[in-house]
Design a protein around this ligand. Sequence first.
Ligand SMILES: C[S@@+](CC[C@H](N)C(=O)[O-])C[C@H]1O[C@@H](n2cnc3c(N)ncnc32)[C@H](O)[C@@H]1O
Length: 340
Amino acid sequence: MVRLHADYSTSSHFYAPMDHDGDDQATGGDDDEWSDTSSEITELDPAEFPRYFVERNGRLFHSHGGSPYPFPVDTDEQNRDKGIHALLKARLGRNYVGPVREILRQTVGRQRRALDLGTGTGIWVEEMAGEFPHVRFDGLDIVPIATRYPPANVMFEMHDIGEPFRYADGYYDLVHARSVSMAVHNYAVLLDEVARVLRPRGLFVAGEWMRGPAMIRGADPAVHLPRTTEFFRVVNNTLTVKNIFPVAPFLHELIEESNHFEDVHSRQIEIVVGGDARGNRFREMQKVYAESMRVVLVEAGRHSRREVDELVAGYLWELYHVPGMIHVYHAVHARRLPHG
Ligand SMILES: C[S@@+](CC[C@H](N)C(=O)[O-])C[C@H]1O[C@@H](n2cnc3c(N)ncnc32)[C@H](O)[C@@H]1O
C-alpha cells in the first residue's frame, strides 16, 4: 500500500499556472507586493491532486512527463527529506550558508522575496518563513506534497524547474536549491534561469550530496567499502544513461563557469554513518535512500532483480557493519553579478 499524507478536503493552498496565451511572467512591481495570486496562477482543486502522482512497484512517483526525477515521492521519501533537513540544520546550526540575513534584511518600501526550487515537503520554506516573517517565500515542485496550511508569507506552486520560471528578471533576492540534481537534465540551464530571476547581487544558495562512498580521515573507500563502491558505480552509470548527471562534485565550477555569479564559496560537510544518535539516524535515512534506489535500478532494467538485490544488500551490509563510512554534502553560495 502506497502511503501519502493527503487530505483532499477544503482548499488546497497550492497554485498552478493558468492555461492561457500571452505573457505569463509575474512582474515585480504590483501594488500588492505581498500576495501574488495574480492572473497567471490559480488555486489547485484538491480533487486534482491524484493526477500529480502515479503508483509503480508499490511506490508512489510523480506523474510529470518532463522531469527526469526517478525517486518516489511517497511518505518514506518525504520522511527521509525531513530527516536530512533536520540533520543538516543541526550540523550547520541554521537552515542556510552564506549572507542570507544580510540579503533578506527588512528595508522600508521593498518587499524581500525568496524562491525554493524542488521544495518537496516545503519544510525549508516553512522554517525560513518563520525566521524571516517579512519575506515572501515561494516554493516550486511538480508534486503537491508540501503542507496544505502554509504560513501567510508562503506560497507553493506547481512548476517544472527544468522549464523557464514565470517570474520577471531580478524578481528575487534569494534563490535556494537543495538536492535537486536528479530533478533536471542540465544544471547549467537551471543556473541561467536562477541568475535571470535574481536581482543584481542577489544570493544563490545550493546544496547537493555526493553520490558515492567516502571514509573518515581520507581512507580509501574502494578498500574499506568495496560493496558500497560497486553500488554507487552502478547507481551513477544507471542515472547517466537516464541523462541524470552528478552535480555535487562540480557544483562550484558549474556556478563559476556560468559567468552569472561572483563571490562563489563552497563547503564540504561530512556526515558520519553511525557512531552516535545523529549518525544512527543518518544510517536509517540512507537505508530509505537505498530502498528507493532499489526501485530505480530495477525499473532501469540494466540489471536483473537478483543483481539489484545483491547490490543493495552490499551497501546495506557495509552501512551497518563498517565503521567510519561518511557521506559528503557540498554547500555553495554565490552572488549574482551586479550587471548582465
Ligand atoms: C530530494 S527532494 C528534495 C526536496 C527539498 N529540496 C529538500 O531538500 O527537502 C527533490 C524534490 O524535487 C522535486 N522535483 C523533481 N523534479 C522536479 C522538477 N523538474 N521541477 C520541480 N521539482 C522537481 C521532487 O518532487 C522532490 O520533491
